[in-house]
Design a protein around this ligand. Structure first.
Ligand SMILES: Cc1cc2nc3c(=O)[nH]c(=O)nc-3n(C[C@H](O)[C@H](O)[C@H](O)COP(=O)(O)OP(=O)(O)OC[C@H]3O[C@@H](n4cnc5c(N)ncnc54)[C@H](O)[C@@H]3O)c2cc1C
Length: 559
């Protein structure tokens, strides 16, 4: 029986450890905030409000902590640098997941803090421990103003961050999330009204921080939590400067599946395989940066990305390059029909069309790139066997990794790596056009046909026409009629358990990894990019098949 949501989120050992630490820390800080308010004799006046003031102060301190934590996983450049050294401590690739956990926690503690403060303010008005009404505290004092302002921003940010909105209208999420700048300003200045004080009136002064720390007895937490904000701001400025360095779109190739390959020259841009970048085309939008996986290898003289046309930005880019959705639809149709390898003209379905500014009226637009980000796939070389699995568009990071393996193979620098299984699960035949040329090149370059095995699965139901074409063209041909590769396409969904079972048996029988010693455990690393449902099934198969001789590991590329 599969594990349920609760077991998955809370009971898996890594998650359990995280939850105990994360929520333990939050409850501890809440208790400390509560206790330090309740026992502070200077604040005896406020303490007459009892539980509500203790709860509001405890929750306020937790919110300060979260306000500092929430930006840490978004320090992309710093994460990229420290990631390799700290993978043992925390999963740096789960940064967005962590960002979301902090956001959920903030939503909860904001409710506690606000409710407790509402009670506080009503009780201040009733008891008149200060000569103010609840409405005055709410709407005329800095704490009340910044608090309500932050709640409004949270409402906008949380609703537009919902997965459905991000999918339907990413821009709504993207632009609204920039309100975080004002939220942070609100957070850092929330205590300036001196609500927590031992004096009758707020003890405001004319020099920074504009309230006396002698009588205003807040936690002064802004002094600590402002640092992630400053560093994040610095990163954004640095990204802007870096993105402005000389960049030129040197070539555009249109693959038969309709994918646009942009080849960009930027000498200052250094990356490793498996990473991604942000792309901006100022002519289309001065504000939008879209993430794309790098498909070239560091050894290539250019940086390339493969772009599928799926929405406003990518369609506009297609139109700008003269290959909008209608042209792509025609190309795809032709690609589906072109099962045969055209020996006479040398044209195959895998061939691409180059947008050559010299031949057409199209000039290539100016582009800017920012990055690289994400996990480098260098640890592929630490395994004896690497299983690279891409589903649909999830194949993109493997283009770079496969090319890089190929370059290192040529230099004889493969590290521990003895074999590579590349598995590509594709829904429909036209998608093969994406990397056909690349795969054909890599396949043809193999001196040892066993080093790299390409396994392609087509999951789409095939119609009669297609079946007929395959039957006619497959008979006795050296290449697969669908992919035009030497490896044959398999139909239907892969059975992961049997794939891993076969790899394990072959390793154990000593036939699979040349020169491996039976005394040593063979490490088989799986690198996957694609939908989570598939990730779960593959991960399970790696776990089930791990034994004393073969250790399967699983890593999901984040996309
Ligand atoms: C790390 C990463 C790597 C990616 N690599 C590739 C790649 O190699 N090739 C490729 O074709 N696509 C890739 N994508 C997806 C690509 O970023 C979106 O297809 C593109 O931004 C769509 O923009 P749009 O305005 O044309 O479409 P929209 O209609 O605005 O969006 C279509 C889909 O793309 C998502 N999306 C839109 N804008 C962004 C954005 N700025 N950041 C993240 N997601 C967005 C939306 O959630 C939606 O599901 C990658 C995404 C990520 C996060």
């Amino acid at each position: 029986m599969g594990e349920n949501w609760f077991q998955r989120e809370f009971m898996v050992p890594r998650r359990l450890a995280f939850n105990v630490l994360f929520y333990g820390l939050h409850i501890g800080i809440f208790a400390y905030g509560w206790w330090s308010q309740a026992t502070n004799l200077k604040l005896a006046g406020l303490n007459t409000l009892k539980f509500s003031v203790w709860a509001s102060r405890g929750a306020g301190l937790v919110l300060a902590l979260d306000g500092g934590l929430i930006l840490l996983p978004m320090l992309r450049n710093i994460l990229r640098i420290i990631r390799p050294k700290l993978t043992w401590l925390f999963p740096a690739d789960e940064n967005i997941w962590f960002h979301r956990q902090v956001a959920y926690s903030m939503a909860f503690w904001a409710m506690v803090h606000t409710t407790a403060h509402y009670v506080n303010f009503i009780n201040v008005e009733i008891t008149q421990i200060r000569k103010q009404t609840a409405l005055q505290i709410h709407y005329t004092q800095p704490g009340g103003i910044t608090g309500h302002f932050m709640l409004l921003i949270m409402l906008l940010m949380y609703t537009t961050a919902h997965a459905k909105i991000r999918k339907e209208c990413f821009e709504a999420f993207w632009y609204t999330h920039h309100l975080a700048f004002f939220f942070m300003l609100g957070l850092y200045t929330h205590a300036t009204g001196c609500f927590v004080r031992d004096s009758v009136e707020p003890d405001l002064i004319s020099t920074f921080p504009f309230y006396s720390t002698e009588h205003c007895l807040g936690y002064l937490s802004w002094r600590f939590i402002i640092w992630p904000g400053i560093i994040y701001f610095g990163e954004r400025v640095w990204r802007e400067i870096r993105a402005r360095r000389a960049t030129r779109l040197s070539k555009v190739l249109i693959h038969p599946s309709g994918a646009m390959e942009l080849r960009i020259t930027k000498p200052s841009f250094k990356y490793t395989p498996g990473q991604w970048l942000f792309l901006q085309v100022p002519e289309l939008s001065k504000f939008q940066w879209h993430p794309f996986t790098i498909t070239s290898a560091p050894e290539d003289p250019y940086v390339s990305v493969h772009i599928r046309q799926v929405g406003d930005f990518t369609n506009a880019l297609g139109e700008r390059l003269g290959v909008g959705p209608s042209v792509v639809a025609q190309m795809t149709k032709a690609a589906v029909k072109g099962y045969e390898k055209d020996e006479k003209n040398g044209f195959t379905r895998g061939d691409f069309v180059e947008v050559d500014p010299a031949m057409t009226s199209i000039t290539l637009p100016q582009v800017r790139i920012d990055g690289p980000y994400g996990a480098p796939a260098e640890d592929v070389f630490a395994n004896e066997v690497a299983v690279l699995i891409g589903a649909g568009i999830g194949v993109t990071p493997f283009a770079s990794i496969l090319k890089h393996i190929w370059y290192r193979q040529k230099k004889g620098k493969l590290g521990s790596l003895r074999r590579v299984e590349f598995i590509w699960v594709c829904r429909d035949a036209p998608s093969f056009g994406w990397f056909q040329t690349l795969l054909a090149e890599v396949e043809a370059a193999q001196a040892d046909p066993n080093f790299l095995r390409i396994n392609i699965y087509l999951t789409q139901k095939i119609n009669e026409d297609m079946l007929w074409n395959i039957a006619v063209n497959d008979a006795g041909a050296d290449y697969d009629p669908l992919t035009l590769l030497r490896s044959r396409t398999m139909f239907g969904r892969p059975d992961w358990n049997s794939i891993y079972g076969r790899i394990k048996s072959a390793i154990e029988s000593g036939q699979y990894v040349p020169g491996s010693s039976s005394q040593l455990k063979t490490r088989v690393g799986t690198y996957f990019c694609g939908p989570s449902v598939l990730a779960k099934a593959i991960k399970k198969a790696t776990e089930v098949n791990t034994d004393a001789n073969v250790e399967f590991s699983f890593a999901k590329e984040h996309f």
